[in-house]
Design a protein. Sequence first.
Length: 401
Amino acid sequence: MSENSELTGIVLAVKIKVLHIVTRLGPGGVTETLRALSKYVNKGAFEFFFVSGLENDLKLDKSKKAIAGGMNLKIIPGLKRNINPWSDLLSLISLYLFIKKGNFDIVHTHTSKAGFLGRIAARLAKVPVTIHQPHGHVFKGMFDFFTTRLFIFLEKTAALITDKIITVTRLGKEEHIRYGIASPDKFIVIPSGIDLERFLKVEVDIKKGRRDLGIENEYPIVGTVAHLVKRKGYLYLLKAISQVKKIHSKIKVLIVGEGALRPHLEKQVKKMGLERNFLFLGEREDVEVIYPLLDLFVLSSVNEGMGRVLIEAMASGRPVAAARIMGIPELVIDGLTGRLASPKDSDALAEAIIDLLGDKEKLSKMGLAAKKKVEASSQFDDKVMVKRIESLYQELTKSIF
């Protein structure tokens, strides 16, 4: 706890000190969630600190940008996603020393590696409250059988020293319970929020946007926004588009994002004869002007906690074709706001895309329904997300103050 007193009478303002620990600040939803927490937290009631490792590809690391944006961030370089016993031990010691010195009321961990090491360090440092937020999970589509079983064991172990676990979807909570991670009362669902206003209110000259990308008006456009990594299922998307092209030969696919997989994807696109159909736009800070250019947003992930890009696309009035995994069916209502396909099933994804692109009236109705769904629920707003997390902090620290 930190205290501020004024000389005019005895006025004691007690702030709740919270440390957020994450493995890395790279492209993706976790970084955006932490930025929102840093930006919108009630600074009169809370004092936030952040610890992060570094992204393996430093070109994609957002640490410097986060610090420039006002995030109170400490870097522990050895805190990396890959398992390395020596580096992990040093990171654990660094975390423990930092937590012990900081006298925090809450340690809030994010993602698996930071979640495990951070919770152990918090326990050793006798932090009163520990919260974990996985943002997804590593139980499916990430690792081989034995590595997956190891992660499940580690998550069960760490849950024993955790006061609350935040999942971003109801289905995510149910899956954690089904895997025996912890009892139901230990979980709370708080969806990831976005800057809704940014996507709901943007005005885009679609004809000009298409022209700037060199795309003729009659060509159908689908697109995706995601880190270029294996778990996003891009190879299934490529295979699906190769089938869609048989029906819609002029289809254009916008790929927004960067990552280690890009050279391989570009090579595969050329190998499959799709180079005229794909546009790799790289990482964009103005994705709100990209979504309106699309006829359909596609997400082919094989592992996805919630898929905040789905909220962005839907807020932009775009229907979605996505894999039926984890929390996605809570956002994309099959037949109403888009189409769902079986994960890792290129044929099913292609069928969904062909079906939607073949019916412009259906596309329009689904896009409108998608926007209405997002508009109707305040839970998708990042400011609401922050308020809900603040309420959880206050509830869990009642006994401290």
